[in-house]
Ligand binder design. Structure first.
Ligand code: HEC
Ligand code: HEC
Ligand code: HEC
Ligand code: HEC
Ligand code: HEC
Ligand code: HEC
Ligand code: HEC
Ligand code: HEC
Ligand code: HEC
Ligand code: HEC
Length: 313
């Protein structure tokens, strides 16, 4: 490789690079592009010197060079692209691309004109283990999200794999959840103490909303085990669906509540079954003031007290 870097310095090739700056294949339609790339694959004209050839023109880009800091640039890993076809394992055979970059290569991410399924199939050529099984039916796949929308392979550290940056990766598209997590009451996501992938599998899962556990409640129990019970006196909505009362992403109300008592309770308990409303001392109405219904029904997640049937103790 060293020898070719030296060669780069002798102006001829450098000049070649400078004169061919315009993105050459951006005028092709997606179909034409796919046809050309298919043809290139049939011809199979890989560069005889692999990455060295590519780097003659592309080594000036820090982003391109950063692949050598990550796992895909690791030559000593036997299954890594760098140990095989190198750059062309992902970008396809060079063909005549080196004649000024005019012949297309496979490109990735938002700006690529190549269909998302074609881009993803490159990655899936190597990544087809069980972790990827749910991907096929995931909302992300069905919404044409590409692997490269979340992952950066030309980087020392892929931001999707770093707990301190993964929330940013997700909220770059999920703006509603971004707004929610900054509300008054939220899981500690804005400090990255918790992440979206504590609850969701980004590659999809068998449960609703791609949750990491088989059900919504199981997902919550994995950290809030004390809410699982069993309780002598259960509160039906709690055992069925925590999200009946809580928004896991955040809320303007305390305790991630969808709304405040009494409204929260009155969605279901229209007729709340109190024949005569008790008015506490000092004219304070125990039904409206303070914690409202929770002034008395404070065991809202269930009670183990023998006389706790109305969730008061
Ligand atoms: C002789 C110079 C040259 C060589 C050798 C070369 N390229 Fe290029 N490449 C270019 C030019 C010029 C462009 C288009 C200009 C641009 O947009 O950066 C380009 C564009 C690309 C792009 C698209 C970048 C984008 O903006 O989407 C990829 C991917 C690429 N080359 C990969 C490779 C790979 C892989 C190799 C080796 C197999 C290679 N190139 C070899 C000159 C070269
Ligand atoms: C594991 C697959 C993979 C390998 C191997 C790979 N690339 Fe890439 N390349 C990508 C992806 C994906 C992108 C889009 C940016 C990103 O996700 O980091 C990209 C982007 C690029 C770009 C466009 C960058 C820009 O400025 O927009 C160029 C040029 C490029 N690669 C060249 C190369 C060269 C040269 C090599 C070999 C040294 C190489 N790639 C190896 C997957 C790969
Ligand atoms: C030629 C095979 C090959 C291709 C093509 C390939 N990868 Fe990989 N990838 C690997 C290997 C090998 C590893 C390391 C796995 C390991 O160590 O267990 C890896 C690891 C990863 C990791 C984990 C990185 C880490 O630091 O742990 C991610 C994410 C990834 N690849 C994404 C992609 C994406 C996105 C693409 C398509 C743009 C892609 N890969 C294309 C072979 C490949
Ligand atoms: C919505 C964003 C997103 C998309 C799209 C995505 N990933 Fe990931 N991927 C992640 C995150 C986040 C992790 C880290 C998961 C963890 O740490 O539990 C990850 C982990 C990985 C890993 C390393 C962990 C492992 O499974 O061994 C590989 C490899 C990988 N992804 C490949 C892919 C491939 C291939 C695609 C496209 C088919 C893809 N990813 C699409 C976000 C995404
Ligand atoms: C490039 C944009 C993009 C990125 C980045 C992204 N998503 Fe998505 N996500 C979507 C789209 C589009 C949908 C489908 C439409 C919708 O529900 O909004 C979706 C759907 C979802 C769903 C609903 C799943 C279902 O089955 O109902 C969840 C959960 C989700 N994403 C979580 C994540 C997480 C976690 C991350 C970060 C690791 C992430 N997303 C990153 C675009 C993105
Ligand atoms: C504490 C667990 C938890 C965390 C953390 C979490 N979610 Fe969710 N998410 C859920 C649950 C549970 C649902 C289903 C909620 C429902 O249906 O009301 C959901 C639903 C979603 C949906 C689908 C929404 C819809 O309307 O269909 C998206 C998109 C989503 N989450 C994205 C994210 C993103 C992005 C993050 C990180 C900022 C994140 N989630 C963090 C638990 C969580
Ligand atoms: C990965 C662990 C984890 C999971 C999974 C999880 N939580 Fe939490 N939850 C926390 C942490 C950490 C806190 C903050 C505790 C604190 O601040 O003292 C919290 C706090 C809460 C709070 C109180 C918020 C406040 O303002 O004090 C509620 C309500 C809550 N979670 C509901 C849920 C629901 C509903 C689910 C399932 C959709 C869930 N949690 C899943 C870790 C988790
Ligand atoms: C019927 C509505 C309702 C349902 C359903 C519900 N909660 Fe709550 N939750 C509340 C209310 C109300 C509070 C505030 C309690 C207070 O102020 O005394 C609360 C508070 C919390 C808190 C913070 C205070 C504490 O007790 O630790 C956590 C954590 C929590 N809920 C988790 C859950 C989980 C997990 C589920 C599902 C198993 C769930 N909740 C289902 C109404 C509900
Ligand atoms: C999503 C609907 C829903 C919400 C919201 C809800 N409940 Fe319930 N609640 C129920 C159901 C269903 C039962 C079981 C009724 C039955 O068995 O007849 C129940 C039972 C009760 C009981 C015990 C009644 C009995 O029959 O012994 C009390 C007390 C109660 N709820 C109070 C509250 C309070 C206080 C709130 C607000 C913090 C609340 N509930 C919010 C649906 C809900
Ligand atoms: C001052 C205390 C107090 C307040 C405030 C209060 N309750 Fe009650 N509630 C009770 C008592 C005591 C019972 C048991 C009554 C009985 O057994 O006849 C009860 C019973 C119930 C029951 C069960 C009724 C039945 O048919 O068995 C429900 C549901 C209920 N309350 C909901 C609510 C809701 C919703 C609110 C808020 C709007 C609320 N309560 C506010 C004291 C209170």
């Amino acid at each position: 490789m060293q020898r070719l870097f030296t060669k780069l310095c002798c102006g001829v090739i450098a000049l070649f690079c400078v004169t061919a700056q315009a993105t050459p294949w951006d005028k092709l339609s997606s179909d034409q592009l796919e046809q050309q790339l298919t043809k290139k694959f049939e011809q199979g004209l890989y560069s005889p010197k692999g990455a060295d050839t590519c780097l003659m023109c592309h080594k000036k880009s820090e982003q391109v060079m950063a692949i050598f800091d990550g796992v895909h640039g690791n030559m000593s890993h036997s299954e890594s692209p760098m140990a095989g076809l190198q750059c062309e394992a992902c970008h396809g055979p060079m063909g005549k691309h080196n004649r000024g970059g005019k012949e297309p290569m496979i490109s990735f991410g938002e700006d690529s004109k190549l269909s998302v399924s074609a881009q993803n199939s490159v990655c899936q050529g190597c990544h087809n283990d069980t972790e990827q099984m749910a991907w096929h039916n995931s909302s992300h796949n069905l919404a044409d999200i590409s692997c490269a929308d979340c992952h950066q392979v030309h980087a020392a550290k892929d931001p999707a794999l770093d707990r301190l940056t993964v929330n940013d990766t997700c909220t770059s598209c999920h703006t509603r959840e971004k707004a929610d997590m900054n509300k008054r009451s939220a899981h500690p996501m804005k400090w990255n103490e918790m992440t979206c992938i504590d609850c969701h599998n980004p590659h999809g899962s068998m449960s609703e909303s791609a949750l990491v556990k088989p059900s919504l409640n199981d997902t919550c129990y994995s950290c809030h085990a004390e809410k699982r019970g069993p309780f002598l006196w259960e509160h039906a909505p709690v055992t069925e669906d925590c999200s009946a009362c809580h928004n896991p992403h955040g809320s303007v109300n305390e305790d991630l509540l969808n709304s405040r008592a009494p409204q929260l309770c009155q969605q279901c308990h229209i007729d709340d079954g109190h024949a005569g409303r008790v008015v506490a001392q000092g004219g304070q109405n125990a039904f409206g003031a303070g914690k409202s219904c929770l002034n008395c029904h404070n065991q809202i997640h269930g009670s183990n007290h023998p006389a706790g049937s109305s969730l008061q103790r």
